[in-house]
Write a protein that binds this ligand. Structure first.
Ligand SMILES: C[S@@+](CC[C@H](N)C(=O)[O-])C[C@H]1O[C@@H](n2cnc3c(N)ncnc32)[C@H](O)[C@@H]1O
Length: 260
């Protein structure tokens, strides 16, 4: 039996660790979520108290990564918020080679969706797809997904760019190598890593800022400015807000900004 009772001190300790490492703010309302996710890790590690678990993540780097993996929300799917990609296709010059960063790519669906559409529209491009989570990056690298993740992919593109699984994998699809070849997956922590300098034409940083507090959002926005080429676009999720953030980026639409 696992004792998942968290004292106030332990909760604050864990919240501090999560914030320091990932920038994610967990307030009191997230306590039950945190407890549920820790309970899962307790079962997986066969440790039966939170105080022992806190000691473990202090000493064991792999379990520490598992803990952060368990705390982050990785929900994503193919062709999510696809208006952004349509904007890029309608605005950018396909003859120029584009460098794109999918900066919290989770299990890879975002990067593959962008790649498929840019290939379709004869763009030259490369994508760096990054995330804080090793588990998500592993899934992304495999490129194998259950059918419910590709529901929003138009049928014709599904047939063209995915292989259908057979036998016990009949409910799965695999991204074809011609799409994969445009993407490099790698670990990158938006909160602790230094930003690349003026490298990118487009940065997608969607549905991750929503978990950050204001100072962390400000740091990420400043880094995005540094990482963009002049004329480049910064894109975040449609349900996210950057109210209160100071940035020299110019607003194109509520979730698309440009460095001029
Ligand atoms: C909800 S997913 C967003 C996936 C995709 N961008 C989308 O819009 O569908 C959020 C991702 O942000 C990642 N994440 C959280 N904190 C991060 C950090 N500090 N640095 C990089 N990635 C982070 C999580 O691991 C998760 O995969």
């Amino acid at each position: 039996m696992y004792n998942t009772h968290i004292t106030e001190k332990q909760f604050k300790n864990l919240v501090g660790i999560v914030h320091k490492v990932s920038g994610i703010s967990l307030n009191e309302s997230k306590k039950s979520l945190l407890k549920a996710r820790i309970a899962k890790r307790l079962r997986a590690t066969r440790i039966n108290s939170i105080s022992d678990y806190i000691q473990l993540i202090d000493q064991d780097k792999d379990e520490f990564d598992n803990f952060i993996d368990g705390i982050t929300t990785n929900h994503t799917y193919f062709f999510r918020e696809n208006k952004h990609c349509e904007y890029i296709i309608n605005t950018m010059d396909p003859s120029k080679s584009l460098k794109i960063w999918s900066a919290a790519s989770s299990s890879g669906e975002e990067a593959y969706s962008i790649a498929i559409q840019l290939i379709e529209n004869h763009f030259r491009f490369e994508i760096f797809a990054s995330d804080i989570s090793d588990t998500m990056l592993e899934i992304a690298g495999r490129g194998i997904y259950p059918l419910d993740r590709v529901r929003a992919v138009p049928k014709q593109l599904l047939h063209k760019y995915f292989q259908k699984g057979v036998n016990h994998s009949a409910n799965k699809v695999k991204v074809k190598p011609e799409v994969k070849t445009h993407i490099r997956f790698g670990k990158y922590n938006l909160v602790t890593a230094p930003p690349p300098k003026a490298e990118y034409d487009i940065i997608f940083c969607r549905n991750v800022m929503i978990y950050f507090d204001l100072p962390t959002k400000q740091k990420v926005m400043d880094d995005m400015w540094t990482a963009l080429k002049t004329g480049g676009y910064f894109i975040f999720g449609q349900s996210e807000s950057i109210v209160g953030i100071k940035t020299p980026l110019k607003t194109i639409s509520p979730s698309i900004y440009q460095k001029r």
